[in-house]
Design a binder for this molecule. Sequence first.
Ligand code: ADP
Ligand code: MN
Length: 174
Amino acid sequence: MSEARKLPNIIICGTPGTGKTTLAEQLADATELEHVNIGTVVKEHSLHFGYDEKWQTYDVDEDKLMDYLEERVKQGGCIIDWHTCDMFPEEWIDLVLVLRTDHSKLWERLEGRKYPLHKIQENNEAEIMQVCLDEAREAFDENVVIELPSDSPSDMDSNIERVLQWLEAWKKNH
Ligand code: ADP
Ligand code: MN
């Protein structure tokens, strides 16, 4: 499938609050890549089994989601924005970015979002335990996975710069 892609597909994953959507939007503005916010897609196209009140999240129907995404992702040029990455087929993806945030900063961001305490605690713990990073490293080749700090606006700027350079190199090689 990668033979057919004129542009690469990138996943931005990481614990909620680490800055995935902010980075994805800025990259989409700066490039010809398209931001695919999985949370939004799941909601808009009803690719779920229902809403989980306790965790305030949709219970994603992964089969439906993959069917929906396949045609779109095949074209290439997607920036997939979702907290986990291991449900996406390896051959779809050219780069996996895992955003990381200091846990006290993350706590403040999630409080700012008015998450209930148990949800702040669970996400904070997941960040400390580097759950998203471990998942990414297990599901994808180590050369494809990049861990990026996302503590400050200057981290955000250097992350954008780094991805833009990676994208230029990818285009030269494909
Ligand atoms: P996610 O999509 O991973 O849940 P968001 O992009 O919605 O995260 O960001 C969560 C909050 O953190 C937002 O208020 C955003 O402005 C802030 N934020 C994100 N990345 C950074 C960063 N690198 N430095 C400072 N604040 C950030
Ligand atoms: Mn988001």
